[in-house]
Design a protein around this ligand. Structure first.
Ligand SMILES: CC(C)(COP(=O)(O)OP(=O)(O)OC[C@H]1O[C@@H](n2cnc3c(N)ncnc32)[C@H](O)[C@@H]1OP(=O)(O)O)[C@@H](O)C(=O)NCCC(=O)NCCS
Length: 140
């Protein structure tokens, strides 16, 4: 079983480990401190261990999933889905958007399963010139 709660300062080192394990181009640490005081930075915990996180935010009148990752050994247990569902509930927006790297097929399947649809591509969107897929979900 897992629980989902707001991220606290003491969780940041675990979140950074998850980030570094999950991404070739991880976010810098300062972004995690930046979102610490927002209510849209959540972690998933299993027996006291932080195993996943999500950061979302509101841009204009749309929700935006900024980042999500789950520790490799804890994937495919519904933790990512639960983090997404809780965030969408917190956002309270009619639309939620996200971007992912074009080659991240696991994430594409994950978001598609959650009802996100491809809206377009952004060429050379990332720092290393990877293309982005833009996805959108209408909530209401
Ligand atoms: C994407 C990620 C967060 C998914 O987390 P998760 O906890 O494994 O996801 P869930 O267990 O909730 O998956 C829900 C459904 O999504 C789909 N899915 C998830 N991972 C998948 C994969 N690797 N391949 C195919 N489908 C997948 C499945 O339909 C799954 O349901 P099922 O297990 O009953 O078949 C996780 O794989 C991860 O941390 N990846 C590395 C970081 C990353 O790429 N983040 C997204 C950046 S845009």
């Amino acid at each position: 079983m897992f629980t989902i709660r707001k991220c606290k300062k003491k969780d940041i080192s675990s979140v950074i480990k998850i980030e570094n394990q999950s991404f070739e181009n991880p976010y810098r640490e300062n972004i995690f401190y930046h979102f610490l005081n927002s209510d849209k930075f959540l972690v998933a915990e299993v027996e006291g261990k932080v195993v996943g996180y999500i950061i979302c935010d509101i841009r204009g009148d749309e929700g935006l999933i900024i980042s999500i990752a789950v520790l490799r050994n804890y994937r495919r247990r519904g933790i990512g889905k639960a983090l997404m569902e809780k965030s969408i509930e917190l956002l309270e927006t009619d639309v939620v958007m996200l971007t992912l790297r074009e080659h991240n097929r696991a994430a594409l399947r994950f978001y598609s399963k959650l009802g996100f649809k491809i809206k377009g591509m952004l060429k050379e969107y990332y720092e290393n010139d990877d293309d982005a897929i833009v996805m959108k979900k209408r909530i209401n």
